[in-house]
Design a protein around this ligand. Structure first.
Ligand SMILES: Cc1cc2nc3c(=O)[nH]c(=O)nc-3n(C[C@H](O)[C@H](O)[C@H](O)COP(=O)(O)OP(=O)(O)OC[C@H]3O[C@@H](n4cnc5c(N)ncnc54)[C@H](O)[C@@H]3O)c2cc1C
Length: 569
């Protein structure tokens, strides 16, 4: 992501650790990345000096098609094989690798995917999927526990309760189901799934453990994902000091849990834990909670998702040391002031969830064999996901997608990058517009966004000399939201009044994660407000919130694409 668009980050320290996965134990990169936020979703480009130098190198890179651009670098990286086992080999069968594999088959490529653990990667096994299963439960618990909400519908429910193991099983069963779906979809299409850890040996050559079989491919995609980032000084025991990997198993519901980091992962878990009866304390290094959101949205989110719930928080503090509960003592969290570094209080809680971001998983990949040095663990790539070596040259036929490149640490971004790469290797130049990729936080209600926040848009407008306007609509005016007794919500449009360009859309409210796509598709397709405001929305639906939003914008430009030939019905 361009540094100008990335969201605020706080520095983190380096640490060496080993993170256990279900089958293998993979070493975690010794140097941690920045503290990932937006919800932790977008990564600040590498530190500014390095980013500038990479940018310089990239601007000198040729703009020809991939095959021409890479040929110069080929000889420097050893000789490539003369024939190949596969057209495309993907290392890592997470959502990114899976998306790339399916598209590759559609394009007629002979494709293999290497997986060192279980198919599905983080999203399916330790991320999006089980977390959304838990959030589905927390949403229902909230409704059932809210007398006021139920009474407003004329409903009566005697007592809401839950069976912890039943909830955990729901998450686990969903992950298994989706994992099987993913595996079967690849098998059915003829993708070879090679089980083992993949190591790049040289151009177009990968060793797959444990048999150490050498596999060659015309093009290779690195899609090795990420693991939880645990800052130095924090001891994870997997029971009382946990990461999202452990929390998703829901082996316990602590009475009092501290959540370190208020990005989207921390926020979603606060929704789950408070619905299941826990008290939550946020520990946040920056001065405000949810620092990655548009400020107006974070304010509203704080009013609805934090203040009325069993949640308190400490902002502007670092947790320098966290000791798991042992010998009858609680979990101890030592806090210092984030600015002065002066010691502050020590919290005593039942459990701590470390939600301080994700570290790319690139160790052991053999990047040194192709002269690539990671930047805080992330694989350096250009805007076409082509890997860049230490000399700033493109590594022949090598791409990196998903969390491992850190451009936008989201499942659908990983998959979209994979599809984009396949388009390129099959002859169509393609650059993915990351500003059109939506993001969502699945709390109750949900938060979603695409494009720039208001401060980012204003900064860009000032630099580039255009005016920025804002339009807003409330869910309180939407019939469907009111029918559901869910009028608490806001949609915000940030746009250029001169030409109607959509710069950003932010939604807080019922089904915000589904609603955002009208805006993200408009950005992706370059649709302007003066055109989209004539699109018709069914009544009564939540989509009318966006209809109202586009209609309320004051754009000077006229509609540019009138339908010239009406279609009769
Ligand atoms: C709690 C949580 C909730 C989340 N919720 C959402 C959400 O709601 N929406 C969303 O968009 N994103 C969400 N994410 C983020 C999302 O999970 C990631 O962005 C996504 O999984 C990245 O996909 P990937 O394909 O890049 O990597 P991964 O999914 O991490 O997959 C990488 C795969 O590569 C394998 N691998 C690694 N190295 C090797 C090697 N050398 N050889 C062979 N195999 C290897 C790994 O075992 C793994 O299976 C969430 C993450 C977490 C932790």
């Amino acid at each position: 992501m361009q540094s100008s668009l990335s969201l605020s980050l706080s520095a983190t320290s380096s640490s060496a650790a080993t993170v256990s996965r279900s089958r293998h134990s993979f070493p975690v990169p010794a140097a941690s990345p920045l503290n990932l936020r937006f919800c932790g979703l977008r990564r600040e480009a590498f530190d500014s000096g390095l980013a500038a130098s990479l940018k310089r190198q990239q601007s000198q890179l040729p703009r020809q098609p991939h095959s021409a651009a890479v040929s110069a670098a080929l000889s420097a990286n050893g000789s490539p094989p003369s024939s190949f086992d596969y057209d495309l080999l993907i290392i890592g069968a997470g959502v990114g690798g899976h998306g790339a594999a399916l598209h590759a088959v559609e394009k007629g490529l002979k494709t293999a995917i290497v997986e060192g653990d279980v198919v599905g990667g983080t999203c399916v096994n330790r991320g999006c999927v089980p977390s959304k299963a838990l959030l589905a439960v927390s949403g229902r618990m909230r409704e059932l526990k809210s007398d006021h909400h139920l009474k407003s519908f004329g409903l009566q429910v005697s007592a809401a309760g839950y069976d912890r193991q039943g909830v955990a099983d729901h998450a686990n069963n969903l992950a298994s189901k989706i994992r099987n779906n993913l595996t079967n979809s690849m098998k059915a299409l003829g993708v070879d799934i090679l089980t083992g850890f993949g190591t790049i040996l040289g151009p177009q050559k990968v060793k797959v453990g444990p048999s150490n079989k050498i596999v060659t491919a015309k093009d290779i995609i690195i899609a090795t994902g990420s693991v939880p980032f645990v800052p130095k000084g924090i001891e994870v025991d997997g029971k009382t000091v946990i990461t999202s990997d452990h929390a998703l198993k829901l082996e316990s519901v602590p009475d009092w849990i501290a959540i370190v980091g208020s990005g989207y992962i921390g926020l979603e878990f606060s929704d789950v834990y408070t619905a299941l009866g826990s008290e939550v304390t946020f520990v946040e290094a920056l001065d405000q909670l949810m620092p990655g959101f548009d400020p107006e949205i974070s304010k509203l989110a704080q009013r609805v998702l934090i203040n009325p719930r069993n949640i308190d928080y400490h902002t502007g503090v670092f947790a320098t040391k966290i000791t798991p509960a042992r010998d009858g003592k609680p979990v101890l969290i030592e806090l210092i002031d984030a600015k002065t570094k002066e010691p502050k209080e020590t919290l005593e809680v039942d459990a701590a969830l470390i939600a301080t971001g994700r570290a790319p998983f690139t160790q052991g990949l053999g990047l040194e064999n192709i002269d690539v040095v990671t930047q805080r663990g992330f694989v350096p790539v250009d805007e076409r996901m082509r890997v860049i070596d230490t000399n700033g040259k493109l590594v022949p036929h090598l791409f990196c997608i998903g969390d491992a490149n850190g451009k936008m640490m989201l499942a659908h971004a990983a998959s979209a990058q994979g599809i984009s790469v396949v388009e390129q290797v099959t002859g169509r130049d393609h650059v993915l517009n990351h500003l059109s990729i939506p993001a969502a936080c699945f709390t109750h209600p949900e938060i979603s966004m695409v494009g720039l926040t208001e401060p980012q848009a204003r900064e860009k407008g000032e630099k580039e000399g255009f005016e920025v306007s804002v339009a807003k609509t409330s869910f309180k005016a939407n019939t469907k939201a009111l029918a559901e007794n869910e009028g608490e919500g806001l949609a915000k449009l940030i746009y250029r009044p001169d030409n109607g360009e959509i710069l950003g859309v932010h939604i807080f409210g019922l089904h915000a994660a589904d609603l955002i796509h009208e805006a993200s598709n408009a950005i992706a397709l370059g649709t302007r407000i003066q055109d989209i405001k004539f699109a018709v929305h069914a009544h009564p639906t939540l989509s009318e919130v966006l209809d109202e939003l586009f209609k309320s914008a004051k754009v000077k430009a006229q509609a540019s694409s009138p339908v010239s030939e009406p279609v009769a019905v």
